[in-house]
Design a protein around this ligand. Sequence first.
Ligand SMILES: C[S@@+](CC[C@H](N)C(=O)[O-])C[C@H]1O[C@@H](n2cnc3c(N)ncnc32)[C@H](O)[C@@H]1O
Length: 430
Amino acid sequence: MEEEEEASKPALPDAFLDFLKENGLDPSIYSESHSTPRYIRLKPGLEARIEEIEAEIKWKLEEVEWLPGFYALPPDVQIANSNAYREGKIYGIDAASGAAVSALDISAGDHVLDLCAAPGAKLCMISDLLGDSGSVTGVDVSSHRLAACESALEENVTFKEWTSRRPWKERKQAARIRKSGAVPSGNQLPDLIYYGCHSGVVGLTKSELYQTFRDDEYLSYGYDKVLVDAECTHDGSIKHVQKFERWGWETLQRRVLDAERSDGLTVLQLKLLTNGFRLLKAGGILVYSTCSLTVAQNEDVVRQFLEGNPCAELQVIDAAENWPCKNGRHNIDANSESSGGTRVKSMMLHWNQNEISTISGEFDLIVASDCTFLKEFHNGLAQILKFLLGKMQPSEAMFFGPKRGVSLDEFLERIKECDLRFSIAENYDA
Ligand SMILES: C[S@@+](CC[C@H](N)C(=O)[O-])C[C@H]1O[C@@H](n2cnc3c(N)ncnc32)[C@H](O)[C@@H]1O
């Protein structure tokens, strides 16, 4: 029995096993690494030609039911020499990468920023989903990784431009369009920009990119969707960890386990997330993803970001309902079961939403925290409160939040205009 257990143990060095233990991760996920399938994505529009593609790669593809356009195949099936691959009918991309892109909920005409784009698997998929509408901007700091990205794009999508820096004239023009409030025109082919850390993104200058925004200044311009697929320790990529068998386990120490590097990484991750959010239009969607499984590089980074950016809101990913992993909805369902006879339900509600007749006048008590921060939403928020509060019985809304500038006073003016009464209680810890 002991021998059997020993045999099924993954052959990982002790230092990595300690790292997994410290981070509460189960080492058995690495034991199947040699049989973990690889994934490909089919170019949209080729669904009817799947049999022809299977003949070209000499393998029957297994559809990934929860991720449209994705297929699994065993790790030892070679596709690189097949016509299907060479002609760009299929390309290799992990299902988890596909999930991150599908969480962006890309629609035709979107302007998308991929902030850590190289080597470009997700960028290819974003480009595919946009077709010839909208635009995609890829950014990365590593020129050699961007070279790989450029090749991937050349093989898989058409793109307009590859530049280390947008020309001054073009940046000026983009800044003028932004100041005039005009929406950038659609039908742009992907605009690939290697721009180091700054300059050229939606017309922002370097100083604008790094300036601190005023409370009421959060972007009415910017990208519809932003992907921050941050630099990380890659410990969650089973295939990546497997490569250390060839590279030598000693390099794992430097690349994954070095605590100092991890601390530096979490600072970088938070900065990337914060910068990505700055470039997101109000009401846009940002996806933060990593291929690490540690809480420090994921939940902790997101928590710190949300603490510093009260106007950002965490959302349940609608596309994730059928994903074979834990998600927000799983928690909501678990909580609703633990509330006895009380009905618990979640829904998305936009403050300026008009069509909410099914829940209007339903609530005795509404609790909200820290949401009076954005002036442009004060009217919508005050009106929706009036709409939701019960009219036949006494009802009230409680707002919690720190006092910031005059935004609360201004919100209360809108509350008065809606004929609602209010009182303020201040109670701060020393
Ligand atoms: C996880 S990889 C991105 C993978 C890519 N999204 C894909 O699907 O192929 C992280 C990338 O972040 C880049 N990176 C690291 N620091 C950066 C920074 N300050 N700004 C932009 N990119 C950065 C790295 O060069 C690396 O290519």
